[in-house]
Design a protein around this ligand. Sequence first.
Ligand code: COA
Length: 279
Amino acid sequence: MSKDTVIYEVEDRIAWVRFNRPSKRNSMSPTLNRRMREVLDELEFRDDVGVLVLSGEGSAWSAGMDLNEYFRKTEAEGLGATRRAQAEAYGWWRRLRWFQKPTIAMVNGWCFGGGYGPLFGCDLAFAAEEAQFGLSEINWGILPGGGAAKVAVELMSMRDAMYHAMTGEPIDGRKAAQWKLVNEAHPLDQLKARVTEVAENLLKKNPVALKATKDALRRVAEMTYDNAEDYLIRAQEAANFHDNSGRKEGIKQFIDEKAYKPGLGVFEGADKPAAKPGT
Ligand code: COA
């Protein structure tokens, strides 16, 4: 059943989405990729979803692309099938990078090769110390494609990325945190609690400001300083169209009411922006 390749539930405004091919270590088949795209569509604009967490069923987060179904079978069908499968995979990773809500990768286990696409697609990443990460492509005779080489140099130092890609040696969650592939690593039995804590923190923030912030960080990374300055002015002015009341309230509660300190926490009601754009 294609629907079974991804499962999710929404609890207290957190969408817990899981790769669900544990017997194949959650490797990404074309069926899974198509279903994941649908799931993102189903969740993105739901009012009861404020944060999306992506994890995996069983011992894997994702063992990367399915070497049989994604590579061998589609290649046997010809170039059209190959390009289609690539577009489906890259498509949902791109959707994830620009997803409306904050996204967190909760890496519970194996994470290899193509798995780095959705790993990078998530805004934040938390790993089990026991998880294993690897650019294993070199071990089966290809380069780290599907964006994986780009992810490596975006997140890691060039030396670490080069070592990681050329040796194909897996690293554990702790090292992945040292090498900045993930924000933090925790023992597996404490991972969900920590991710829940981070998600609950994000749920208190202004959602318009969160979307503007996550997009801004990804965009300015590619810009000159002057272009970034200009983009950020325009991005804030665009955000004001969707919620002009939030920042005024934030200033008022600090300057006039002395009700909170922005350096230490968020203002009251930040999670409820103006209901309609421009109001
Ligand atoms: N593509 C296709 N099938 C995969 C797969 C992948 N990327 N990763 C695992 N599987 C399948 C195995 O073929 C096996 O299938 P079977 O039960 O029908 O024989 C099943 O998942 C379990 O795999 P197994 O290797 O026995 O599990 P393990 O827990 O001992 O090892 C890994 C886990 C992740 C270390 C190992 O499966 C592996 O190296 N996978 C490939 C990782 C990789 O190079 N990914 C990069 C792709 S871009």
